[in-house]
Write a protein that binds this ligand. Sequence first.
Ligand code: AMP
Ligand code: MG
Length: 411
Amino acid sequence: MISLNEAIDLVLTAVRPLPAEQVPLLETLGRTVAADVVSPEDVPSFDNSAMDGFAARGAELAGVARSDGLAIVAEIPAGSVAAAPLGPGEAARIMTGAPLPVGADTVVQVEHTEERDGRVFVRTAPAVGRNVRYAAEDVHRGDVVLPRGAPLGPAELGLLTSIGVDELTVARRPRVAILATGSELVPPGRPLGPGQIRNSNSVTNWGQALAAGAEPVLLGIAADDRDETRRLISRALDEDVVITSGGVSVGDYDFVKEIEEELGVERRFWGVATKPGKPFAFGVRDGRLVFGAPGNPVAAMVSFELYARPALLAMQGRRDIWRPWLTAAAAEPVKATRDRVEVRRCLLTRDERGGWRFTTTGPQGSGILRSMVLADGLVFVPSEHAGGQVGDPYLVMVLEGSRPERPPYPA
Ligand code: AMP
Ligand code: MG
């Protein structure tokens, strides 16, 4: 048995980055930038008004509050350009986002003005240069706006659009073959015969793969039969990543490892000091990663979370491969397992002082998938641990779909 840290290191060491591909911008959400994106343009590309008001020569404004005002010589709505430069003693009515006329350097917001007989009178003069958004104040031509390895979310897509990008080089999505093993398994939508259960692992792994930016390839169920298992694992090895569930323990029908090795998979480890997930197996063939998770639904899911998710992100060149994590205080006494790190499913709440605390989500058997459904996070209980008291601190990995409380917004 190796430690959780050793296992993660061995997996990440085996990761090879995938090649890049060109993709339309709107198909890049959730994917990873494969080459630094350099802006071909300034954003904004012209000086423009930050307010609805009047564009003027800033140096003239201090005097005009007391004088006879400025002549309104033009109107510049957003999307149009002033026909002529602004002369001395002149102002242009201007809307937010409209380009400043040549000669103007300052905008007086409309609330600080009065208008009479085609002239504008300034009640409160702004400093020279105020209320202007300057060309390139967001992005300079030549700036690296997104580095290689950056994840693409809504803000990134918006920024790319603002610099005129509509196609992008992103890492190819890893193709993940998902194979369930077990003669007791029935595909979804079929009635159960005696002793049968539904194949839920393939569906959880499918969802986890999609959420990690990968492309799942569902290969169905291999009965506990050597020929069928060999045929399906051999097919699975066409893909970048293989994830099997079940058949890696010490039972009479657990021959997934053996068959993989016959098919040329080089075993990197089998057995990790965690609960659940102890009989987890990992190997490599021709740069392909081959994960063998135990069959219990929580074990299959937690194993994916601990090993496959960071690996899939790293294959896409992502640097932020880790889930958010925090330290939370036990809200109940914590029992430890000797020799193994326990990975329990927990709910997170705030204590009176704004710190985090956790409770476990009821029964923690590795077949109890509801413990995952209810979970905000995974709490890691060290093995060399006499047992924790209420208030003791533990590491919690925060999962997708956690249910935080309403934030304490400032008044
Ligand atoms: P195994 O690791 O093959 O010994 O399976 C351990 C337990 O997980 C057994 O109770 C299996 O019936 C169950 N199991 C295995 N594969 C799946 C699956 N794909 N979906 C749901 N349960 C499974
Ligand atoms: Mg089995």
